[in-house]
Design a binder for this molecule. Sequence first.
Ligand code: FAD
Length: 411
Amino acid sequence: MSHSYDVLIVGAGHGGAQAAIALRQRGFTGSIAMVGEEPEIPYERPPLSKDYLAGEKEFERILIRPASFWAEREVDILTGRRVVTVDAAAHRVVTEDGDSIGYGSLIWAAGGHARRLSCHGHDFAGVHWVRSRADVETMMGELATTTRVAVIGGGYIGLEAAAVLSKLGKQVTVLEALDRVLARVAGEALSRFYEDEHRAHGVDVRLGTMVESIEGADGRASGVRLADGEVVPCEMVIVGIGIVPAVEPLLAAGAEGGNGVAVDALCRTNLPDVFAIGDCAFHANDFADGASIRLESVQNANDMATTVARVLTGEEIPYHAVPWFWSNQYDLKLQTVGLSTGFDRAIVRGDMSARSFSVVYLRDGAVIALDCVNAVKDYVQGKALVVNATRADPALLADAGTPLKSLLEAA
Ligand code: FAD
């Protein structure tokens, strides 16, 4: 079969869905299709390690839009189809099942795949990762026979899963290779706070711990062997060690990249009429001091999608969106604004023991990010400090009685 669309979106996740939504909102009348390798129409990924894993939400409630929405807006969704080849000169992609689909413009929104372990036992039954609905449902199906869970990786997804599973009564061990959790994304104060919280909930948090292999019998995991020889016994292993950007077909077609696909401020790759957005887009970010990075967040996927929809409807506005992120663990709602990478000073605002506080990150005296724990007001007001790279008196930043918005006015 050979067919063609004015806009073809590869990846039916957050970025892909938002690209189609924004195109129609902006009056784009051409044909649009989304090709996604998963069997579902676009759904939200954040609940997979939060309330969906906890069994507190039906799948229909995490759909980004109901099926009728896409039909009404004439957005074709080709589910269960994996794109394996891009022919940039011919403006065509080919799916694993041999279908060739032409495009006017291609939006690559394929996100990433969960990074797997490579050690002995990595493919045993009982070893899981949390990227898709299917991953989580397989895990949930094994919970009834699981007492002990080892989570490899103390990043957000691993910690969120640890929180849910310990609340479900499982005995959870978190194995982190570095000397603190969340080391890639937060300062030490926040890491220590979350380590303490997890320990207070009975989670065994092990730092500086290298995994050697997965132990098992008859192809099923029974424990995690550490570098020092100790075996942490468990029935379930959750691997939360990041993602590998899903960009092979684009790179093979000649796109520049390596850690994802390189894009400019309008999310254009170096291939003609090919854009890349979301987790897989390697871009110079204004809020990272211009450094090129990939951002793994719903905000980034949505805002990049809007950037491309604008370009395709005749409005070229460079991507310049303040990064924000959230994480729910136990009754703690963390909201992050800005990027703390490269900070030279961290100021704690409020009382950590009261479990409502913020960490304000500064670089060269300017506010670059805030981590707000059960502190919505700081998050809302702090955003403007990040956007304006406000220089504020550290003593006032540390004083929870001084509203952050007053510091903006004073600056
Ligand atoms: P995705 O939403 O991952 O969509 C990409 C889609 O493309 C996938 O369906 C994939 O299967 C498909 N695909 C890949 N390759 C191909 C191919 N060759 N052909 C066809 N289809 C393909 N972000 C937050 O901001 N806050 C949170 O609290 C948060 N929690 C998270 C919790 C979990 C468990 C996970 C996994 C992610 C979380 N994130 C969170 C990150 C957020 O979900 C991602 O940043 C976001 O989904 C990125 O959107 P995307 O469109 O780039 O990729």
